[in-house]
Design a protein around this ligand. Structure first.
Ligand code: PDD
Length: 285
């Protein structure tokens, strides 16, 4: 069945939606995006996603396409038109349309595109078994804190993972894990210590990461925000990832080596449970 998608103020059937070939998102990946989760027809932590969108736009000196309230209203209308109860809503802002030139004119009108995806978020069967990852060199650009659509490097890493029978890849720079292809990466040591890369230009500041670290501290875990090596990950008791679409997902094998006993760990399972409870309870985490 065809979806209704949103393009610059219009709600249209996906087969009728049109974006110019001169859109700078298409020509130069001159665009940023957000993915918010939908549970029981409600957006999860969407205000935090909109705040990060604003930051991405300002880092690139790109004009907001409209107000946050207008975006939120359009998101809700899109959910309603598509009858989406559980899944994702993707939104992308590009700098807009101009004849192809590396330098862009001043005063461009940004464009906004949104669509929904149905997805099994709560009862994702992979959460019961956990995922396998491989490590791949992180060849992305140096401003990974900006959520741009320039995603070829992580696409290639994920493709390599799939070819090797894994679900995903953890990206490695100078011997240290930065993050997953589209998620933040964590290890657990000494029973209750959670380690994840500190924020900076090297990784995306995950909205799920912020919420999960807060919940982890409340639940009595200690959190260390620092870079960790591949070797530390291989020797960890547990590993997991977080993202809007996966929440907390256990990692049970890295580069063919089982982590712990090769089954989802108790910390990851507990954090997943807490995150789901909180997300069902409140719209902002
Ligand atoms: N990806 N790191 C990277 C590189 C990401 O692309 C993402 C999100 C995250 C996690 O961020 P959040 O918790 O805000 O989802 C970390 C989205 C889900 C995607 O590209 O589909």
């Amino acid at each position: 069945m065809s979806r209704i998608v949103y393009v610059n103020g219009e709600f249209v059937a996906e087969e009728n939606a049109k974006v110019s070939v001169f859109d700078r998102g298409f020509l130069f990946a001159d665009a940023v995006y957000e993915v918010s989760t939908v549970l029981q027809g409600n957006l999860v932590d969407n205000n935090a996603h909109l705040r990060r969108l604003s930051r991405s736009l300002s880092e690139l000196e790109m004009a907001p396409p409209c107000s946050d309230q207008e975006i939120t209203d359009a998101q809700h209308k899109l959910l309603e038109l598509n009858g989406l109860e559980e899944g994702l809503i993707y939104l992308q802002v590009s700098r807009g349309v101009a004849d192809r030139d590396f330098g862009y004119p001043a005063g461009m009108q940004s464009s906004l595109v949104m669509f929904t995806q149905t997805k099994n978020i709560l009862n994702n069967p992979i959460a019961d078994t956990g995922i396998k990852v491989i490590t791949v060199e992180d060849i992305r650009w140096k401003r990974r804190d900006i959520k741009t659509v320039g995603l070829l490097a992580p696409n290639m890493a994920k493709h390599e993972a799939k070819q090797k029978g894994a679900h995903d890849a953890w990206l490695v720079e100078d011997g240290f894990i930065t993050e997953g292809t589209s998620n933040n990466a964590y290890i657990v040591t000494n029973g209750k210590q959670i380690i994840t890369r500190q924020l900076g230009h090297e990784i995306l500041s995950g909205i799920t990461r912020t919420a999960v670290l807060k919940f982890a501290e409340t639940a009595g875990y200690t959190v260390q925000e620092r870079a960790f090596t591949v070797q530390e990950a291989l020797e960890a008791q547990e590993a997991f990832i977080t993202s809007a679409s996966l929440f907390v997902m256990p990692v049970v094998n890295i580069d063919g080596t089982d982590i712990g006993d090769g089954k989802p760990g108790t910390v990851a399972k507990n954090l997943r449970k807490i995150y789901i409870e909180q997300a069902m309870d409140r719209r902002d985490l």
